[in-house]
Design a protein around this ligand. Structure first.
Ligand code: F6P
Length: 351
């Protein structure tokens, strides 16, 4: 295992870096890429290990050398990386978390941090960097691309909030974890004829909440994308449910739409029905990845290696119309996606 230590005297001057635009370039002009770095960044997501494993194995089997960078961009600018071989990734496919570890690097959000990262790529002789993470991590990758580092992004976040792709690694496992927890909460809510208010993750997005709400037969669903009227969309629904003979009430709130603790208190006060809040929190980020996350992680990463071999650089791997493909990183980061009222209406028709 090759592990170079950071040595200031090795660090090239900033002006040796050149911004490259790969869009209309004849790929024969690009020298073959040999050594590729991989890092995980931002919140961890189940399936990240499967993605790293696939980068390592498909990369090496395609003639590349793969270097694992630890602690995301933090490790990049500090030069914390070492070569990984195929045996190093055995027994990782089924494990949650990321064995490369991850971080939310504040330094990397500065110009100096990005330049340091780019210089460290030169120190280690890395020809390209694969970034597995969410939108914030993609912005870091775009910053690197803009100073001449070829990058490929792989979507890894439980939130499924990356606009360029229909699917992000970790989403399915997180939803299944939340669903299993809510099934358990329903048992106790039903025994006590209570209301259970469950806060799920998703940052500013309600994708986890929407699907988990459908899968658990929740009464109410609050997501940040669609404004709600508390009296009509929560209190009225719960009271109507009681009038129809319901014995328990499940309210799912996406973290970006409110706090389970506050909402439970307001429900109890307005209805007289005992309400208990549960914040599922980081439980949703752990655990062995589901089949969907393992396969998506493996195949998306194999696609990333294909991009590198074909010199299709500064791309984001995406799922589009159910197929794995890639888009330009600048264009991908301009895209928007949201949940609309129609999708929520389908949920309410189930009540
Ligand atoms: O982006 C993944 C996510 O789990 C969000 O759903 C959540 O808002 C955030 O990360 C929590 O971040 P941290 O682990 O840094 O508290």
């Amino acid at each position: 295992m090759l592990n170079l230590l950071y040595d200031e005297s090795n660090v090239p001057e900033i002006d040796t870096l050149r911004a490259k635009n790969y869009d209309n370039i004849d790929t024969s002009e690009i020298p073959d890429l040999k050594r590729v770095g991989v890092l995980t960044s931002g919140g961890d997501a189940p399936g990240m290990n499967a993605a790293i494993r696939s980068i390592v194995r498909t990369g090496i089997n395609s003639g590349l050398e793969i270097f694992g960078v630890t602690r995301g961009y933090h490790g990049l600018w500090k030069g914390e990386m070492s070569q990984i071989n195929t045996r190093d990734v055995s027994e990782t496919l089924q494990r949650g978390g990321t064995f490369l570890m991850t971080a939310r690097s504040k330094t990397f959000m500065t110009k100096e941090g990005v330049i340091k990262g780019a210089r460290m790529m030169e120190v280690y002789g890395l020809d390209a960097l694969v970034v597995i993470g969410g939108d914030g991590s993609y912005k870091g990758a775009r910053a690197l691309a803009r100073v001449g580092v070829p990058v490929i992004g792989i979507p890894g976040t439980i939130d499924n909030d990356i606009a360029s792709t229909e699917y992000t690694i970790g989403y399915d496992t997180a939803m299944n974890t939340a669903m299993e927890c809510i099934d358990k909460l329903r048992d106790t809510a039903s025994s006590h004829e209570r209301c259970s208010v469950i806060e799920v993750m998703g940052r500013h997005a309600g994708y986890i909440a929407l699907n988990v709400g459908i899968a658990t037969g929740a009464e109410c669903l609050l997501i940040p994308e669609v404004p709600y009227d508390f009296d009509k969309d929560v209190i009225r629904v719960i009271l109507d449910g009681r009038n129809k003979g319901k014995r328990h009430y499940i309210v799912i709130v996406a973290e970006g739409a409110g706090s389970a603790t506050d909402i439970a208190a307001k429900i109890e006060e307005a209805t007289g029905i005992e309400a208990r809040p549960t914040i599922l929190g980081h439980l949703q980020r752990g655990g062995s990845p589901t089949l969907r996350d393992r396969t998506m992680a493996t195949l998306m990463s194999a696609h990333a290696i294909e991009c590198i071999k074909e010199k299709r650089l500064n791309r984001l791997v995406v799922l589009k119309d159910g197929k794995i493909t890639d888009v330009d990183i600048e264009e991908g980061l301009e895209m928007q996606k949201t949940i609309n009222q129609k999708e929520l209406d389908k949920f309410y028709l189930l009540g």
